[in-house]
Design a protein around this ligand. Sequence first.
Ligand SMILES: CC(C)(COP(=O)(O)OP(=O)(O)OC[C@H]1O[C@@H](n2cnc3c(N)ncnc32)[C@H](O)[C@@H]1OP(=O)(O)O)[C@@H](O)C(=O)NCCC(=O)NCCS
Length: 219
Amino acid sequence: MVRLCQERPKLFRVGRDRHIRPEDVLAGRAHGFEPIRDGASLGHEPESGMHVETERLVLRQPILADVPALFEFLGDAAAMQYTHVDASVRECRRRIAAHARRRRRDGYAPWTVVIRADARIVGWGGLYNDPFQPGWGVEVGYFLHPAAWGCGYATELMSACTDIADHALELHEVRAFARPENVRSRRVLEKAGFGVVKFVPEMERLLYRRRRPSASAAQ
Ligand SMILES: CC(C)(COP(=O)(O)OP(=O)(O)OC[C@H]1O[C@@H](n2cnc3c(N)ncnc32)[C@H](O)[C@@H]1OP(=O)(O)O)[C@@H](O)C(=O)NCCC(=O)NCCS
């Protein structure tokens, strides 16, 4: 399989401007949050300037035209063996649209993950409140094309998420779920400072949590 890894520049940067203002995040201005027109869940074009840039990635709001590329891996039963697999392009579109509707309310939802150098779509992920299994608080999730595994992109995406959660949204904690067998996902979480809270039998997953550093220091 052709690998999609890009060279890693020395500096780490989130956004055009490292300081993302909370009001911009919540108003959907800082990192590509979709201003959804009435009746439409997924737009046709992202708004210009509304995205986060990391070292090698652009994180932007998903648009309708992304769906076939996203389905390539979100519908890949082998790659997604430890997580949800979309059965069809239609199901994939509905899932992404459901998250887009949440973005309208929360100001955040998973991004389409794009390689900066060649604009190739390699993933989908970010912070979200799960529209399908609500009530678990703000979660982080990441799903990459298997050709892009092992490049550190999930870790790079995760750094942007924790940075935004800590400094822009000032969230007390972020949660995540991973099946015990999903070693790659668990490593991404553990590298980012997440710890296991408990096994949740009805989800057959481990619940992970990362507290905001200042919040945990204060306890
Ligand atoms: C989970 C998933 C996103 C992890 O992807 P990944 O590429 O293994 O994760 P990372 O981006 O952290 O890359 C890890 C490996 O890339 C390599 N790597 C290369 N360059 C790197 C860099 N600059 N930084 C970090 N790791 C780098 C390392 O070898 C690293 O492995 P290590 O942690 O053992 O050192 C991917 O397996 C996936 O999409 N799985 C299917 C969907 C899924 O299960 N999602 C989770 C639902 S809970």
